[in-house]
Write a new protein. Sequence first.
Length: 205
Amino acid sequence: MASEEQLVMLTRPRLARIGGVSERRLDYWEKTGLVASTVDDRLSGSRRIRLYDFTDAMTAMVLASLRQNVSLQHVRQIVAHLRSLDFGVTEVRFALAGNRVHFQLPDGTWSDAADPGQIAISEVLDLRPLRAAVLGAGARAEEHRGQIERRRGVHGSKPVIAGTRVPVKTVQAFLERGRSAAEIIESYPALTPDDVEAVRGLASA
């Protein structure tokens, strides 16, 4: 059974909304290597569709929170140092001390020579609200993922994607026009790749 985190796939506009950052800032962070989208479909012309899984969405959320308190240069230093240690941004605990950020690795050691507990810490970044926001943005019962249902009073009881009001025929129309799963999810953020594959499977059944 997939975990809640494994079921998350957010569009760029939705991530920008819950993270309190602009899509332009997400673009800049991606160009400069701070955080990348999980799916990056380059379509005809200049159009691109980018989707974020739980880890990448959480990374963007943490960076946005840190950026409210410290300089972008310091955030870059933190990310680079963590990557050199093979740790992701979401794998450590952050503490603010003045205008500096200290982080505690999974083994309990801190990034600074002195334990930040011995100096004035203004805030410890709590990842729980960020996690709840990301999971909430992609919330839908797991048993509905990749399922099709009929509900009385919904689109004349015609088939819809379970847990949504998205008609199956709408997704089929997208697929017939050659649209990718990422394009469909961009138009209907409540859907997942499993939902699109379920509709695709109807054609081959």
